[in-house]
Design a protein around this ligand. Structure first.
Ligand SMILES: O=C(O)CCC(=O)C(=O)O
Ligand SMILES: [Fe+2]
Length: 133
């Protein structure tokens, strides 16, 4: 489901854009242009997962520079459903406290492990930019 960039939703766009820009300034230094498309509201229920993938690739997603994930569910409301990153040979699990916002380069390998109980909701978005140089 999409969170459309309407006046009513502008605050969440501005909030996430501000954080993405701050992270980018502190760490990545990518050229950024704006959100790749609408923010998405994701809901994972028991058995759902999102296997290892990159958010960046050929074609339509080639302008994705930064990925954003915001944890909307209380971490006690579900089991499993961890956002994880592959960093060298290590699997690193993101914090899952409600309200946590994770900003990472879209070329990083990541996954959401299977939900074994409850519901996990997140807001996911991508900030786009010109090709790497
Ligand atoms: O729900 C999340 O935290 C991340 C989901 C994800 O990796 C994606 O939609 O590309
Ligand atoms: Fe992803």
């Amino acid at each position: 489901m999409f969170i459309e960039n309407t006046p009513e939703n502008e605050w969440i766009y501005n909030r996430l854009a501000g954080l993405a820009i701050q992270c980018n300034n502190e760490r990545y230094g990518f050229d950024l242009l704006g959100f790749h498309n609408n923010l998405q509201l994701a809901s994972y229920t028991e058995g759902d997962f999102f296997d290892w993938h990159l958010d960046f690739g050929a074609g339509e997603i080639s302008d994705r520079k930064l990925s954003i994930s915001m944890q909307l569910s209380d971490s006690d409301d579900y089991e499993g459903g961890d956002l994880q990153f592959m960093m060298n040979q290590n699997i690193v699990t993101a914090p899952r406290e409600k309200g946590t916002i994770i900003v990472f380069p879209s070329f990083m390998m990541h996954r959401v492990t299977p939900i074994t109980k409850g519901v996990r909701k997140s807001i996911v978005g991508w900030v786009a930019g010109p090709p790497y140089r």
